[in-house]
Design a protein around this ligand. Sequence first.
Ligand code: ASP
Ligand code: MG
Length: 475
Amino acid sequence: MRPGNFAVSDNWSLHKFGGSSLADAGCYERVAKYLMGLEGRRLGVVVSAMGGMTDSLLALVGLAERDDPLVVDELTAVGNRYAQTVERLTTGQRRVALLDAWGADADDIRAVLADVTQRKAASQRSRDIVSGLGELWSARLLSALLNTHEHPADWLDARKVLVVSPAELGPTVDWSKTQDNFDREVAGTHGTVVITGFIASDEEGLQTTLGRNGSDYSAAIFAALANARDVTIWTDVDGVLSADPNQVPDATVIHRMTYNEAMELAYFGAKVIHPQTLGPVIAKNIPLNIRNTFNADHPGTRIGGHESEVAGVKGITAITGMALVNLEGAGMIGVPGTADRMFRALKNASVSVTLISQASSEHSICIAVPELLASRAGDVIRDEFAEELDAGQIQRVDVTESQSIVAVVGDGMAGTPGVAARFFTTLADEGINIRAIAQGSSERNISAVIESSDVALALRAAHAGFELNVRTQND
Ligand code: ASP
Ligand code: MG
């Protein structure tokens, strides 16, 4: 990846505001006021659509597919919501320009929807075009509002910059084209640059998206393009929590964590940030902050490439709705290729495996898979080993449903003796039975498979056992 020359000297700071931070006129004012108070850096601001807007836009496509006459009213409602927000925040020429731009987009929407109705089915392309408009409206409005307050700002259409192509693990960025586009487009802007999240172009130059909730990923990509000093994701929670607060009432905000810890914890734990988002910032070692728009005094969570200062556990997560599949047989001992056949069969059946455990006796291999796929997993493994099952070399393939994985996470666990002992003891003290365990050699995560009905108790017990409710700013 090549950084743009001027971008380095511009000393960028990137901020991203999600839909909940831009839900109404009051929210826009709050965001504008915050940005105007920042000094010393060039600001890049990635925005989502107003909260719920993307859903409304996709709903229009659904109505058009069914030729439902309600589509007319719903489009009007979408327009009214935006127009009212525009009218509350802007006046004069700026207001007229925003409403005109909206009118032109509404014409485009009507044309796409008419086509969808005629075909009785929406193509991905139609969905992408309609669902991506909310981000354009947000970017235009926020930059107009900043200018109204005499804070110079321009907005940037990410479709002119960000080139992606679809891949198995989600869209991948063409960094070389994208960096050239960024350098060119940013050269023509002044002041704060408000950038549309979520939307991009494909290799043919046609509009696409980064997938639902993709604007965090947009923020990370633009932070990398600008070689930003840091990037802040503004959301509606105080930060990444030590556990899910619905299950563990005294869960606390983790003040500092490493990229690796965030990857292990952030998504499953608090669903604050998707691990995919971290790729571009890790590549450039750009610190990423999670902050609460509605509680801006709270320092939030800072995620970076530093070494973890805390020995032991940072947080606890649970993945519910799992099943265990156990393949067992004396004939497997010392025979190469059993695991290979098992995983190949699962791959061919599109079953993704969440946890793997094999004891060194090689007498059994145990995996955890999503409960919904469990019976399919059992069937394909039985098929694969049908001969061995017949011949008695493999005794059985068992599926146990209603299981969950509870995991303790932390970089500082590596080389700290006693973490596993403490984890298992806290579970044992509550009378919780552990069916399987796994720890990778990175020692960053210890996972235990337990009955789903024990999850809440296990999370609370482990959270208290590792004293995660007592935390200091130095964490
Ligand atoms: N507006 C898009 C969505 O709702 C992208 C985002 O909010 O991140 O999925
Ligand atoms: Mg969002």
